[in-house]
Design a protein. Structure first.
Ligand SMILES: Nc1ccn([C@@H]2O[C@H](COP(=O)(O)OP(=O)(O)OP(=O)(O)O)[C@@H](O)[C@H]2O)c(=O)n1
Ligand SMILES: C[C@](O)(CO)[C@H](O)COP(=O)(O)O
Length: 250
C-alpha cells in the first residue's frame, strides 16, 4: 500500500495590515470574540486531511501567537516563525520551513486574513492535488473587470474588457506538490523583476507547463483587508452558524 503524502499547511500572517489602519496587525483583531488568526488556524486544525500547521507571523508578535496557539489547544501547530517583508517572502519562508519534507508531500498556503475558510474547501484542495501539481481556490467574477491605462487628465482609461465568463477571483488556500512549488519559488526568488500577488501566479509564471487547477471556492471566504471587513465577516459567520443550526450540523 502506498503511503499518502503528508499535508503541511502554512498560515501566512506576516502582514501589518496597513489598509486596515489598526494599531496591531489585523490578524489579531477580534472576530466573534477570538482573534482572526485563531479562526484561520482552527479551520486547518479541524480539517482531517491536514497533518501539520506552521504559522508565519510578523516578527514582533511571534510570542503572542505562540501563546494563542497553546491557549487554544491546537495540536497540529508545530512552529510559529517570523514572516518576511512581503507576502511572497513569507510564502518563501514557509517553504524553507518545510525543507525537511520530501518533494511528494503537499503544501497548503493560506492567508491568515481569510478566517472564514471552510475545512471542506481545504479538503477539496488536497483532493485536487491528487491530479494536479498546483491548485487554487477561486470564485467567478461577479462584476465586469477591466484593464486600465493612464487617462487623459491624470486619471485612468479602460484599455480592455476581458471576457467575464473566463475570469475568476483567486482566494486561498492554494495548494502544491512541494517539488513543484519549490522549483517555482527557486526561480522566482532569483528573479530581480519578481512581481507576485499570489502563489499560484508564481507557479504559472515560472513553470508555465504546470497545470494550475481551480477548485471552486465560496463567496464567504473573504479576505479581511479594509476597515468594515471585520463587520462583514461577523455577519457572514453568524449567517453560517444559523444555517448549520437549521441543518442540524451544530
Ligand atoms: N509580509 C507579509 C505580507 C502579508 N502577509 C499575509 O498575507 C495575507 C494577505 O495579505 P494582506 O491582506 O495584504 O495583509 P497585509 O499585508 O497585512 O495588509 P496590507 O497590505 O493592508 O498591509 C495576510 O494574511 C497577511 O498577513 C504575510 O504573511 N507577509
Ligand atoms: C493571495 C490573495 O489572497 C489571492 O486573492 C491575494 O492576492 C493577496 O493579496 P494581498 O495584497 O497580499 O492581500
Amino acid at each position: 500500500m502506498t503511503e499518502r503524502p503528508k499535508v503541511i499547511a502554512a498560515v501566512l500572517a506576516g502582514g501589518v495590515g496597513a489598509r486596515m489602519s489598526s494599531p496591531s496587525p489585523k490578524q489579531l483583531l477580534p472576530l466573534d470574540g477570538r482573534p482572526i488568526i485563531e479562526h484561520s488556524v482552527a479551520a486547518f486544525e479541524a480539517c482531517p486531511d491536514v497533518d501539520e500547521i506552521i504559522v508565519l507571523m510578523v516578527d514582533t508578535h511571534v510570542g503572542r501567537v505562540e501563546d494563542l496557539v497553546s491557549g487554544a489547544g491546537f495540536t497540529k501547530v508545530s512552529r510559529v516563525l517570523p514572516g518576511g517583508a512581503t507576502r511572497t517572502e513569507t510564502s518563501n519562508a514557509a517553504l524553507e520551513a518545510m525543507s525537511g519534507a520530501p518533494d511528494g508531500d503537499l503544501a497548503l498556503l493560506h492567508d491568515a486574513a481569510r478566517p472564514l475558510v471552510r475545512p471542506a474547501t481545504i479538503s477539496a484542495c488536497v483532493e485536487a492535488l491528487g491530479e494536479a501539481g498546483a491548485v487554487g481556490v477561486a470564485v467567478p467574477a461577479g462584476d465586469t473587470v477591466v484593464r486600465v491605462v493612464p487617462g487623459g487628465t491624470g486619471g485612468e482609461a479602460v484599455a480592455d474588457v476581458p471576457l467575464r465568463s473566463e475570469l475568476r477571483r483567486m482566494q486561498t488556500p492554494q495548494g502544491f506538490r512541494l517539488g513543484v512549488v519549490r522549483r517555482a519559488y527557486g526561480l522566482a526568488m532569483a528573479d530581480p523583476g519578481l512581481v507576485a500577488t499570489d502563489d499560484c501566479g508564481v507557479v504559472l509564471r515560472y513553470l508555465p507547463d504546470e497545470e494550475v487547477r481551480i477548485v471552486p471556492g465560496d463567496e464567504s471566504n473573504i479576505k479581511v483587508t479594509n476597515p468594515g471587513d471585520v463587520e462583514i465577516a461577523e455577519t457572514l459567520l453568524s449567517r453560517a452558524r444559523t444555517r448549520s443550526a437549521a441543518a442540524g450540523t451544530v
